[in-house]
Design a protein. Sequence first.
Length: 236
Amino acid sequence: MAGLASLISYPALLSLGLPPVSANVTNTAALVFTGIGSGISSTKELKSHKSDTIRVTILSLLGAIIGSLLLTLAPAKTFQKVVPFFILMAGILMLFSIRRKPTTDLSMNQSTQSLLKRLFIDLAILSVGVYGGYFGAAAGVILLSILSISLTVPLPVSNAIKNFTSLISNLIAILIYAFTTKVYWLMVIPMGIGMFIGGYIGPIIVRHVPTKPLRVCISVAAFGLASYLFYGAYLK
């Protein structure tokens, strides 16, 4: 529904004794199945917004490659210190997006955006791709928050673009991880089955649930995850 599967899956892997980096890459591998399920379920939204989907996917893909390579050079432990603040910002952005009025006229939206604003948005999407490839947890909700602010389209459309983009980015990231670090594939299988089911039914739920309450729930969940990770990084 919102890219918050890692709210449960990443801490669960840590609780089973996996090192943070291995938990991160194993979680990313399982998230591929979320993207497959949601991609199948979101074909309607994706077909009607091809240009935006392609642009966001390319930027995120480039970022994911950079982030995945960075993970092979530097451990994610130090990066965990700033992760809670990224997720907190995502929750705040999602709350701000409630005031946006959705429209399906993307050409009007794109023509009125200044070049500087478009460059800033593209840089933000690229940065989320780097973050997703490097750490991964809650990258989906961060990207969804950015898309909800930058694209004046209904939430189901932003969510569909986010889901497809996350699928491609995670696929590339896991290909790099498979040759550079340890992935616990036996844990990927059961998690992947559950995530495929959740990925498939998530977009269906988003189409029928009122948008404003859903955005508030996503924000609250993001704040909860940020608090959990902040505790683990600074107080535990």
